[in-house]
Design a protein around this ligand. Structure first.
Ligand code: MG
Length: 303
């Protein structure tokens, strides 16, 4: 098992994109700064998508321009096509996460085209990213199941990963967008992708829709995944997936990893504080559990 795991904090993007009420740009910037204060060093800060379709991300450029550039933090911008990539590049994103969706029906709804068509778009973006020397990752959404088509065959996920990798990328993530996977699915799918793409850095993106998220994170680590997405407070969802709920909570994940002696570089107390602050912004309780239960063993109060 890996001695350290890299956490990608996705609350500013996946955590907020489904919020009906617009979160202010100031609050988004503060959320990123609180994540940085907790020790998170890769943060998906926004998505460069059509603001008419995802109004919450309409301030992508403004958010990115307001973030500190001297903290050694990699700011990830999400893109679904060449236009999104161009915007992310122009706005100064440190890296771009390009999203493909494993099933055609969901891909049509999320990306506006079937999967293979979006792979053509990726080929162009990959070439442009190489020319611009900007790191990229690929996220394959609905890699564990589709809200419209049901089961997604493992072979299809592997095929998409292989085709995406042909154009060159630094990392591939499998995303359980609707939170249907089990630990056995996680091990099976990541093992299959790792076998097809030896040496590829693998990242896992889980939603806790059916309470399997943390178990899946553990399974992913046992399968050789070294990067995990999570969101402070466990906030999140997807505007194009019915009944989608939050990402696995950063603080609950870190708690487990700390107890397993797996390094993350994240300070738990500061992460919990950030998540509590986010509850105030969103006006409701977070799904995360650690903030309510408390860290164990208890951290002594300093007088
Ligand atoms: Mg997601």
């Amino acid at each position: 098992m890996a001695g350290s795991i890299e956490i990608v904090e996705v609350s500013p993007r996946d955590g907020l994109q489904n919020e009906a009420v617009l979160v202010s740009t100031e609050a988004k910037v503060e959320l990123v700064n609180r994540a940085i204060a907790a020790g998170l060093r890769r943060i998906e800060v926004t998505s460069f998508v059509n603001p008419k379709r995802v109004p919450q991300m309409a301030d992508a450029e403004v958010v990115l321009s307001a973030l500190p550039k001297d903290k050694g933090v990699s700011y990830i911008g999400l893109a679904l096509n060449g236009r999104g990539f161009d915007r992310a590049l122009a706005a100064g994103a440190s890296e771009v996460n390009y999203v493909l969706v494993a099933s055609d029906t969901f891909s049509n709804r999320n990306n506006g085209a079937p999967t293979l068509d979006t792979l053509t778009g990726w080929a162009e973006v990959a070439a442009a990213a190489r020319a611009a020397k900007i790191p990229t990752s690929i996220t394959i959404g609905a890699a564990f199941g589709c809200p419209f088509e049901g089961e997604v065959p493992v072979e299809r996920v592997v095929e998409i990963a292989k085709r995406a990798a042909e154009h060159g990328t630094d990392e591939i993530a499998l995303a359980d967008t609707i939170g249907v996977g089990s630990p056995a699915d996680v091990v099976e799918r990541f093992t299959a992708v790792a076998k097809a793409l030896p040496g590829m850095r693998l990242r896992a993106h889980f939603h806790n829709t059916r309470n399997t998220g943390i178990a899946n994170a553990y399974a992913a680590i046992t399968a050789g995944v070294t990067v995990l997405d999570s969101s402070l407070g466990g906030v999140g969802g997807c505007p194009f997936a019915p009944a989608a709920t939050g990402n696995i909570p950063t603080e609950d994940l870190i708690y487990m990893l700390n107890r397993m002696k797996v390094e993350t570089g994240v300070d738990l107390a500061t992460a919990i504080e950030g998540a509590k602050w986010l509850e105030g912004v969103l006006g409701r309780q977070n799904p995360a559990m650690l903030g309510r239960a408390g860290i164990f063993p208890p951290v002594p109060k300093v007088a």
